[in-house]
Design a protein around this ligand. Structure first.
Ligand SMILES: Cc1cc2nc3c(=O)[nH]c(=O)nc-3n(C[C@H](O)[C@H](O)[C@H](O)COP(=O)(O)OP(=O)(O)OC[C@H]3O[C@@H](n4cnc5c(N)ncnc54)[C@H](O)[C@@H]3O)c2cc1C
Length: 461
């Protein structure tokens, strides 16, 4: 598959503390599988790194042998850039350690950790930093694109909480990027994707959260969705930062708190978390129960880590997936009409339309304070189109694209880089927005030959 002589591969293996997998090795097949089953790539080598020194060896090996290079964190990215055909994958999944300094409210976490690894370590001290809503996601890819989740209205984007990062550059050097060391690189890492090197360690600021939080779902029939969405829009505009509520349109999964006759019918679910003292949250969430007559609810005090995993079963590895996403700085009635219409004809029962509320703390930094530029976005919509049978590919992708086009007139500019699919090269500039040119200059400094180009790529200027 590769022209690299086996002698060289043996050299790489002999100094390697992790594992170097080749086609035919027992672990190779599972190692090349990532979250989106649409991605079916066959790398020549998968270098499962155990240490930063392994990552350096892998980067040097790729560069010196002219190999295509992909970097895998949690393997979640929809576009599938964590894998490549015929080249080398630097796979950080064995590097998951997280160390908390509770006094300083800091955590350092390795580049292969998942959100679950991070949350487990920080919640042992009643601390957290804002990350995404699916615990099997990798912290690396999520952070490098910006990162947002249930705590973002209160504590900002994930990148707003990044203190420093250890990076292996294209030259194979290990550098620390922070406000005082390589500040240009530090700026670029906070939203510029995996363009600048392999991040082997992140350091985040932490905040007191939980461990118990008030959270859960209030579920209404799809027939009430317009009124629910209108009231949701008014509610979230004045809700305190601690309170985050997202709206999800889909078919009802067989959840035990919903009557059996509702399973499989169209619903709108309001997913909520109050990230403060649960008792204070109780009266604040009360209106969410009164937007119409709910079909059911499952709201209560539970561990923050449990809420962080609540959506995992609906978003498990191994299905075929296609996404389309817009940012919104306001929600228009016309948008609701389109969303409700398309939710009434989802191509499979696994599909859903998410409106994630951000805003508050995510809007405070200036658009050029970090590489993540979309400080005007108050909602991120993502269409999770999911199915299992390859025969449904065309139908599902067409439905997603049609819905995306129909909602485009209501969208604000820009798109979240982490939600771009492999066929959205024309949206890459919009994803980096006004920061693209500065990112291209930083790219020229740290990766002038574009070694790291299996990503939403920024060309060196
Ligand atoms: C089910 C699901 C739910 C999601 N929910 C959210 C959410 O709530 N909020 C949110 O912000 N995002 C969310 N995302 C999007 C997520 O942030 C991106 O998919 C992200 O890229 C995943 O990171 P990863 O490390 O798992 O991915 P990977 O596929 O491993 O990596 C993605 C890309 O990041 C780069 N990369 C990965 N690791 C490194 C590294 N160590 N150093 C340098 N570059 C690296 C590479 O370019 C790679 O191609 C969700 C994704 C899924 C699938």
């Amino acid at each position: 598959m590769t022209n690299v002589p086996s002698r060289k591969i043996e050299e790489l293996k002999s100094g390697f503390e992790g594992e170097v997998l080749l086609p035919g090795d027992a672990a190779y097949e599972s190692a090349r599988r990532i979250w989106n089953a649409m991605i079916d790539k066959h790398p020549a080598l998968i270098a499962r790194c155990a240490t930063t020194a392994d990552v350096v060896r892998g980067v040097n090996f790729a560069r010196d042998n002219g190999l295509l290079l992909a970097v895998r964190g949690g393997g979640h990215n929809i576009a599938g850039n964590a894998m490549c055909d015929d080249g080398i994958v630097i796979d950080l999944s064995p590097m998951k350690a997280a160390h908390v300094n509770p006094g300083m409210r800091r955590v350092t976490v390795e580049g292969g950790a998942t959100l679950a690894d991070l949350d487990a370590a920080t919640q042992a001290h009643g601390l957290a930093t804002p990350v995404g809503i699916n615990s099997t996601t990798g912290i690396a890819g999520l952070t490098l694109g910006g990162g947002f989740g249930w705590l973002s209205r209160k504590y900002g984007m994930t990148v707003d909480n990044l203190e420093s990062a250890e990076v292996v550059t294209a030259a194979g050097e290990v550098v620390i990027a922070s406000a005082t060391e390589h500040p240009d690189l530090f700026w670029a890492l906070r939203g510029g994707g995996g363009n600048f090197g392999v991040v082997t360690r992140f350091e985040f600021r932490l905040h007191p959260v939980g461990p118990d939080v008030l959270s859960g779902l209030v579920v209404y029939p799809l027939s009430e969705a317009k009124g629910v969405l209108q009231q949701y829009r008014a509610f979230i505009a004045t809700a305190p930062e601690e309170l985050s509520v997202w709206a999800i349109l889909r078919q009802a999964p067989p959840l035990p708190f919903l009557p059996e006759k509702v399973h499989g019918t169209g619903i709108i679910a309001l997913a909520l978390i109050y990230a403060g003292e649960p008792k204070q949250g109780e009266p604040l969430i009360e209106p969410l129960r009164t937007f119409a007559t709910p079909l059911g609810e499952h709201v209560g005090v539970q561990l923050y880590v449990a809420w962080q995993q609540a959506f995992d079963p609906l978003l498990a590895f191994g299905a075929r997936n296609y996404w389309k996403s817009h940012n919104f700085s306001s929600l228009d009635d016309g948008l609701f009409d389109v969303a409700i219409e398309y939710s009434g004809r989802l191509p499979t029962p696994m599909c859903e339309i998410f409106f994630g509320a951000i805003g508050c703390a995510t809007t405070r930094p200036a658009p050029d304070a970090t590489a993540y530029a979309h400080r005007d976005a108050l909602f991120v919509m993502n269409v999770h189109c999911r199915w299992e049978d390859p025969a449904d590919d065309k139908r599902c992708i067409a439905w997603s694209r049609d819905y995306f086009n129909a909602t485009a007139p209501f969208a604000s500019s820009g798109v979240y880089v982490n939600f771009l699919t492999a066929d959205e090269g024309d949206r890459v500039r919009a994803a980096y927005g006004p920061n693209y040119d500065r990112l291209a200059r930083v790219k020229r400094t740290y990766d002038p030959d574009n070694l790291f180009h299996m990503n939403q790529n920024i060309k060196p200027s």
